[in-house]
Design a protein around this ligand. Structure first.
Ligand SMILES: NC(=O)c1ccc[n+]([C@@H]2O[C@H](COP(=O)([O-])OP(=O)(O)OC[C@H]3O[C@@H](n4cnc5c(N)ncnc54)[C@H](OP(=O)(O)O)[C@@H]3O)[C@@H](O)[C@H]2O)c1
Length: 334
């Protein structure tokens, strides 16, 4: 079978499509025929800079996959051949708080990922796919969607009528838009593109701000909230946007610290003065994934897939993410 591998620090161009043995599931494991894999900014960063993450070579990239179980190992009772499942980003985070052991079980990082025709995963490291989803749609859920869910449902516990601030229109933020709307929140969303802002409004974003034409977008958010600020901010920008996100979040509000898209320096004083809750978020547990899928199924949400690439053309998918023209998710199909 075929698998894409990171074999050097040569970036996307150096990704290697290898012929490897089809893996056999051991006790407590299942083998999944991958139908689709979605990519995340983190996968691109991992391919571009595997040394910073101490990756051994070869390493199969990507955390997010969905497919059909083709074999079950000894002791697996709750899953069977033919079940449609998605991978859990962390193979070892059933529930509860994050830990070092959890972090050592990340697909496409500490462990081989899912950009292969077949993969072996822990039985507890897969989740049934929402019934109304295609496998291509299900492949969008493990990282971006779950991170957005964790920020809004677990950390912020958003209440109807609250204001949620979202940055950009990538995978995490577009899922966050969908979740915030089913939670009854008012959404303010920023983007570099007026066209993307229009698409976000069509999906339910209540107010939008172009962060390129309005570089002081935090002031626009304050204007839109009567000078108060958003109750919750889903921070995907990182150090380069955090100061503005802090300014745009209300006193006593919360910021889910998620992204590393931009660099810069942070002055923590305002976090203290505004009594903000700033919580680092690292994807989420299998329990959170199951809770999220229940909400997705109830509301029949559909992920936004911007572009789909064939398995053999995986390099083009990463290049598309690098170009940042996408809205929502980029998917590679088998
Ligand atoms: N901690 C975690 O568990 C976790 C999980 C998932 C993702 N992440 C991180 O979250 C970030 C987003 O991930 P993703 O997969 O959603 O990436 P993505 O799909 O590539 O989305 C990136 C989008 O962010 C927007 N953006 C870029 N620079 C911005 C800026 N200065 N201000 C506001 N928005 C900006 C752009 O939107 P426009 O084109 O609309 O301007 C861009 O399309 C990445 O840093 C990723 O590593 C972390």
């Amino acid at each position: 079978m075929k698998a894409w591998q990171i074999v050097s620090d040569g970036g996307v161009d150096a990704l290697n499509l290898a012929d490897v043995a089809t893996p056999e599931p051991g006790p407590g494991e299942v083998r999944v025929k991958i139908a689709a894999s979605s990519i995340n900014f983190r996968d691109l960063m991992t391919i571009k800079d595997p040394k910073a993450r101490n990756l051994p070579y070869p390493r199969i990239p990507n955390s997010d996959g969905a497919g059909t179980i083709t074999a079950v190992g000894a002791g697996v009772t709750k899953l069977k051949v033919g079940d449609r499942v998605a991978s859990c980003f962390f193979q070892d985070w059933p529930a509860g708080p994050c830990s070092v052991d959890v972090m050592n079980s990340a697909l496409g990082g500490a462990l081989d990922g899912v950009l292969a025709e077949e993969v072996v995963l822990k039985a507890g490291g897969v989740i049934p796919v929402p019934a109304h989803f295609s496998l291509e749609q299900a492949a969008t859920l493990p990282c971006a969607a779950l991170t957005a869910w964790h920020a809004l449902a677990e950390v912020a516990a958003v209440k109807a009528g609250e204001t949620v601030l979202l940055l950009g229109t990538g995978g995490v933020s577009i899922f966050a838009l969908q979740f915030a709307k089913i939670m009854g929140a008012r959404v303010i969303l920023t983007s570099s593109s007026d066209e993307k802002l229009e698409r976000a409004r069509a999906m339910g974003a209540d107010e939008t701000v172009n962060y390129r034409s309005t570089p002081d977008w935090q002031d626009a958010v304050l204007d839109l909230t009567g000078g108060v600020g958003a109750d919750t901010t889903v921070e995907v920008g990182g150090a380069g946007t955090l100061a503005r996100s802090i300014a745009a979040t209300r006193v006593g509000g919360s910021i889910g610290l998620i992204g590393v898209l931009t660099g810069g320096e942070i002055n923590p004083t305002l976090i203290m003065r505004k009594s903000l809750k700033v919580q680092g978020i690292y994807v989420g547990s299998s329990k959170m994934f199951a809770d999220m899928n229940a909400a997705i199924s109830l509301h029949r949400l559909e992920p936004v897939i911007d572009q789909t690439f064939a398995f053999d053309d995986a390099k083009s998918a990463y290049r598309a993410m690098e170009a940042a023209g996408h809205f929502g998710k980029i998917v590679i199909t088998a």
